[in-house]
Design a binder for this molecule. Sequence first.
Ligand SMILES: Nc1ncnc2c1ncn2[C@@H]1O[C@H](COP(=O)(O)OP(=O)(O)OP(=O)(O)O)[C@@H](O)[C@H]1O
Ligand SMILES: [Mg+2]
Ligand SMILES: [Mg+2]
Length: 479
Amino acid sequence: MAEYEAVIGLEVHAELKTNSKIFCGCTTEFGGAPNTHVCPICLGMPGVLPVLNRNVVEYAIKAGLALNCEIAEFSKFDRKNYYYPDLPKNYQISQYDLPIAKNGYLEIEVDGQTKRIGITRLHMEEDAGKLIHQGDDIAEAEYSLVDYNRTGVPLIEIVSEPDLRSPVEARLYMEKLKAILQYCDVSDCKMQEGSLRCDANVSVRPKGSTEFGTKTEIKNLNSFKALQRALEYEIKRQIEILEDGGRIVQETRSWDESKGITITLRSKEEAHDYRYFPEPDLVPLVIDREWVERVRQTLPELPDARRRRLMEEYGLPAYDAMVITGSKALADYFDQCVEKFSDAKTVSNWIMGELLRLLNAHNLEVEDSPVKPEGLAELLALINKGTISGKIAKTVFEEMFETGKGAEEIVKEKGLVQITDEKVLAPIVDKVIEENPKSVEDYRNGKDRAFGFLVGQVMKATKGKANPQLVNKLLRERL
Ligand SMILES: Nc1ncnc2c1ncn2[C@@H]1O[C@H](COP(=O)(O)OP(=O)(O)OP(=O)(O)O)[C@@H](O)[C@H]1O
Ligand SMILES: [Mg+2]
Ligand SMILES: [Mg+2]
């Protein structure tokens, strides 16, 4: 079998966090009773006129700059015409040949190497409504309901160059893009709520070939994991067809999460089917350079720069720095914790270990963590002072997470203070030695494991509260 290489390009849609919609004053708030966040403009009634929301342009410039794009001096809106019940006007106001931003890139780390992924364009457009199919299967639904609350919510679409070469690279690109948009504070980027969406275009070609194969486009990808799995499946499917002597049909396919397969949705429209033409109800957009520079000044420290800073300023390993800067909220959590407890590596270990583990288990975002950075710092200070052992600290942390109580409060309440007093510990050690003559003999005969067992017995007798160094010392003195 020939060796194949995948070629992948992503189209990502992000809803912008503006208060109102792109061409009218309706709220962009998620949820709400169906068809309550609507007006004659976003419903496309005859005779109404769209008015461009200035903040949408500002956010698009900001995202464009963060993605190293050129910001166009002259840009315009176009109508993309298609007929579908989620689109009341039967056209979507989008940008076609003159997008607001183009020729950018972002960088991902693949196997310890930095790889630059080109960004072809970034443009503004309005979101469509939401169809709610009654039934499990789109094809078999008896009828569909439509909610126009989302109609006219501002989007940016970010189109990558076909520079990605594997499902893992695609996921890394998507994660980095999400982080950048979140750092810039232009989008919530919640894949579950659909404020960040991704279509994946993929083709395969014999390794070494310089031409691209025919691509398919995959929709309905609701998580990073779905993106990666769908691409893995689709690449395999395409290779099998080629190996059987078949051809790939250019089409749009849908990812079926429960079955783990992609299925044909529709054969792909060509751009001319949309009959793009300039939007006559909006004047072209001329963006003066001063505005661009003003927006540039508001750019925050971006993920790559922050990652480098954590490595240089705190000496964090590359891996830690990458995980922690993967989301702005996590990086902020780290910074706030380190302000109160300066041992950065310990802070990072606790964040990557216990904090992320419990957040995952409770399906919570960092922002909603019941333990705040100051709380974690308080706990770490208790370990540092020797008040509690690292092991006890883990149970205290869980308790803090579940009850919202402070570390010192829990330690006092439960009497978890570490035993560091020789006078208290010595009799317990003596008793353990007395009760385990066999282990004592084994140890004296050179079996080191027996020592560990005796330490364990002392820890057990003290419910984990004994200071481990002291236990070691007392046992060695006696054996
Ligand atoms: N042969 C190919 N194999 C894989 N990806 C490709 C190939 N050719 C183009 N791509 C990628 O496909 C994507 C095309 O997106 P673009 O928005 O330009 O077009 P579209 O999907 O036709 O438009 P629409 O917005 O209407 O869906 C880009 O990300 C590009 O990198
Ligand atoms: Mg597109
Ligand atoms: Mg597309």
